[in-house]
Ligand binder design. Structure first.
Ligand code: ZN
Length: 338
């Protein structure tokens, strides 16, 4: 087709029939994405209003636990507007149900978080109900609902066979293929959780141990806001040296260290009881338990530590002489009393 022909085509004055066709087409093709939808769908109900960020986060977690089940969590998008606040003085973020999309259950449930300029947060829920999350239209792989149920926090520490039994009770029969896939999901989940503690390439090395010790110090835990009375943390300076194969590390909790403090204040202060076993750690490092005994002959654990066998004597001698040598236990005791 030549240029002149095209021009002729476009210059042709449209007839009545043409107009009707064009209108119909444009209405179908150019349906506005932002067109306002009236009616109850698309309206928002307030869950909690004018509260702090922590309240919103805990509310999001609790709603996820109740409504989504298992390890599923609301998937959050980015803030709108991405920087600062809108003209009306707020910014918004939409959390969507993880079972959305045609491959899953096509769930349209959404939560909306709004922060205003005063720093007050509001949580709202879209006026729709969750679809049946057990529905899956995936052509391959396990349904998301089964993955979430299998990796749920309530099943931590259970043997894979036990987990699969529970999942089967919840969802009905699993095929052999689904069972294998479920085992694979559990294995992957375990590896992922392990890698967050010690990176994969550092596992079973002294570097991994150093990494763990550094991530479990009091300061590191406080930075992560994970420190509490019952949190296990590494007391004092740990000594980890791969060239001499030395590991000296003491760990305890604030609550257990208080046992030592009470002993010092109200009990027979010079007696600290210590025992070791080499059987717990494959590499042969000794596992040492520190504790105190009260007047009624009850044992109160204070701390445990992992040490190289050669160093056990080094550690015990200064303790029994109650010298001020800077070993882990005396350090941690001074931590408490200060
Ligand atoms: Zn849903």
């Amino acid at each position: 087709m030549s240029e002149s022909e095209i021009e002729i085509e476009s210059d042709r004055t449209p007839t009545d029939d043409d107009e009707i066709e064009c209108e119909g087409e444009s209405k179908q093709q150019h349906k506005r994405k932002t067109a306002r939808r009236q009616g109850p769908v698309g309206q928002w109900d307030i869950i909690c209003e004018k509260v702090s960020e922590e309240d919103i986060n805990s509310r999001l977690q609790s709603t996820a636990r109740v409504e989504l089940g298992g390890s599923a969590n609301w998937s959050g998008a980015t803030w709108k507007p991405p920087m600062g606040f809108s003209k009306k003085g707020f910014r918004r973020k939409i959390y969507r149900c993880p079972f959305r999309g045609a491959a899953n259950a096509s769930c349209t449930a959404e939560l909306r978080v709004t922060e205003d300029e005063q720093g007050k947060w509001t949580l709202e829920r879209k006026r729709t109900v969750h679809a049946n999350h057990a529905i899956s239209n995936k052509t391959r792989g396990l349904p998301k609902a089964i993955i979430c149920a299998a990796t749920s926090p309530t099943k931590v520490g259970l043997a894979p066979a036990r987990v699969i039994k529970t999942v089967r009770e919840q969802f009905g029969a699993l095929s052999d293929k689904e069972r294998t896939q479920c085992m694979r999901v559990l294995k992957y989940d375990k590896m992922k959780k392990r890698d967050t503690v010690v990176p994969h390439e550092l596992r079973k090395t002294f570097g991994g141990l150093v990494c763990w010790a550094k991530s479990r110090t009091r300061d590191a835990l406080m930075r992560k806001k994970e420190f509490g009375v019952h949190t296990v943390y590494v007391c004092g300076e740990s000594e980890i040296d791969s060239t001499t194969q030395t590991v000296n590390m003491a760990y305890s909790t604030e609550n257990l260290l208080l046992n030592a403090y009470r002993q010092e204040q109200h009990g027979i202060s010079s007696i600290v009881q210590i025992d070791c076993t080499h059987r717990l750690i494959l590499e042969g490092h000794a596992c040492m338990l520190f504790g105190t005994v009260d007047a009624a002959q009850h044992f109160h654990p204070v701390s445990t530590s992992t040490t190289t066998i050669n160093c056990v004597c080094l550690l015990t001698v200064p303790l029994s002489l109650s010298s001020s040598r800077s070993i882990s236990l005396s350090l941690s005791l001074s931590d408490v009393s200060s």
